[in-house]
Every structure is written in C-alpha cells, then in structure tokens.
Design a protein around this ligand. Sequence first.
Ligand code: PLP
Length: 393
Amino acid sequence: MPETLATLTNLRNQLLDTVAPSAIRSFDNQISSIPGIIKLTLGEPDFNVPEHVKAAAIKSIEENDSHYAPASGKPELRQAISDYLKDSRGVTYNPADEVLVTVGATESLASITYGLLNPGDKVLVPTPAFSLYFALIKMAGAEPVMIDTSSDGFQLTAKRLENEIEAAGDQVKAVLLNYPNNPTGRTFTKTELEDLAAVLKKHELLVIADEIYSDLTYDQDHYSLATLLPEQTLLVSGLSKSHAMTGYRMGYVAGPAGIMRSVAQIHSYLVVCVNDATQAAAVEALNNGREDPLVFKKAYKKRRDYIIEKMTKMGFQIATPQGAFYVFAKIPDQFGKDDFKFALDVAEQAQVGLIPGSVFGAGSDGYVRLSYAASDDNIKVAMERLATYMEKF
Ligand SMILES: Cc1ncc(COP(=O)(O)O)c(C=O)c1O
C-alpha cells in the first residue's frame, strides 16, 4: 500500500470541508456489522430489473455496442425520453438539445448545480429533503437555503414560498422541489402546483424538479411543474426507482435548450457519456416497459399500508406518504428528540436499521425514515422486532 506523501495531504478542495460525508451512507455503514440486523435504510428496490429490460442490455453487449455514445445520449434514447415525457407530462422536448442522459439522477443534479450556479447564489430547498442536494449545492460554491415545512405537514405552500423568496433576496437563483418526496413521501396536487407555479413565474426562478419517484404514486396521479412552467423547469428523473435499475445508473434531465446547454457542457466534461448497455436497457424500459412500475407499485402500496398500521399502533405519528417508498415517522415523545440515539438504540437492541430523520435537514429531528423497498418477510420481522422494542418502554 503506498504511503501518502506528507506534503500532499493538504491537497483538498476546501469546499469539501463545508460538506459532511453522506450521513445516510455513513449511518448505514455504522450499523451494518450488527449481527442479524434487518436494514430498512436505503432507497434500494428489492425487485429485479424486468427481464425484457435486462435482455436489451445483454443484446447491446453481445452486439459489440461498446463505443463512446454521443455525450448527451444515444438519439434513440433521447427520443424515447422525449416520447415518455410528452405522454406523461404533456410537454414536447426536442431530443436534439432539450434532453440529456446522465449517470443516474445524481449526475443530473450534479451537472445542473455545477453547470448553472455561481458562488454566492442561493437555492431554496424545502425540507425534509434528500441530503445529496445540500452537498451538491455547496460543492458548486452556492448556498442551500432550507425551508422547514414541518409546521405545514411537510408541504411547501405558495404563501410560504413567496415569503421565503422575499426573505432570501436577490441571490436566489433556483428552487429545488422533490415530489413525491424523499423522505416524507408527500407530493403535490395539481392545484397546489398551480399555486406554486404562479409564485415561481412571478419571480422568474429556475425550478429544479426532482421527479424520480413520479411512477410510484399511490393515491393520486403524478402532476408536474414542467407541465405548468416548461420554460423555467429542469425536470430530473431516471429509472433507478421506477424500474429497480439503481445499479445501471440511468438518469436524465429535460428542459429548455437555453438552460440545458450549460448542463450538457459540464456533463460532457464530467462523464463523457452513459454506458451503452444502460442506454439500450433504458430505451427498452421507456418504450416497452411503461407498465413495469405498476407491479412494483402494487407491492409497495401494500407494504406502506401494513407499516403505517403497525407503527401507528406502536405510537409513531405518520403523515401518510402518497408516493416513493419511505415512511417518515415521528418518534413517540417519551423517547426524546434525539433521532440518532433512537435509531442507534433500535439498531443495537432490536436489530432494525432506520435512518435518523435529522439527516434530511431543518424540521426533521425527532423522526426516523424507513424504506419499504425491502422484502415482505424482512418488513414483517422488522415490525415485530420494533413492536417488542417499543413495548419495553
Ligand atoms: C429524491 C432522489 N433524487 C435522486 C436520487 C438519485 O437517484 P439515482 O440513483 O438515479 O442517482 C435519489 C436516490 O435515492 C432520490 O431519493
């Protein structure tokens, strides 16, 4: 193993000092070695990639589809994304310069923040929110401004948005909205989005709409800000959740050409392009697998309802998640507000892995997030163990 040359240990982008290591991953690692633990920690579907999608990836490899693709994505994939967005969002994106294929939605978000933000810029982020956002915005030298929505049932209202934009001042460049939300599972109705869109239009702000869970809504159809404000919205999504393709690393962003240009430019410097087999699989998933998420959705809904029933009986308070595959539960008062202590104790004493709420930003302390992208058997045993643990107090 090479020794680090002492004089090189100071080489480090100073912005990294403003960014904590991924708290979700580090907590998950911390509890992983506990013998027999059932982890409901990560947003990792327990389903396999649909067979016809796998076959498309295999065919691509066998046919020596192994060369650099166009940086923005293969034309047939950009066309498939455009067709899917036309049918699902009612917006026509030109595959030539309004659609970009990325390494997961993570790279969409990274290319957006690095490609569009400057030091001093502010981005409003309603919280609880996926913690990656804070890190990416900071690594771009900009500042995430959290809007704590806990007092509004974890829902950003138009009035609140208006107030926060006014309070944050001229440096606000964008608002990052994730619906259905990780970790709360909350999403917006069409009317709520129309109210938000009116405020965003008035202030001419960029909207980064992370809709990666849009195919997993349980009680209502997904509606998109891109439909209402296409000229201001960058729509981010991918196939990690809808088609259980987390390891394929397939995401995309769509938006107006004038904004997409900078996003595509940084993307090409960062990754050149997404691998060919993943792109072939994605074409198949989007053209012929639009029904695939329905199977997952049915299973997730059953699990959601089961968990809510069990955990409510144990004394947790839960605002019913309308989408995604997480339950964000308020820890009963008698356990205190320290969600890290609670989650660690549950992991050690009950062998159940939950994520401490406070990693999701302002308004999240005193909660835990549980992912029900886990097998029915594991969920059942985890609920039994948790119930036994809670009963002891
Ligand atoms: C809200 C949200 N956005 C983006 C991502 C990243 O998705 P991908 O695996 O496509 O990079 C996740 C993954 O958990 C997520 O929850």
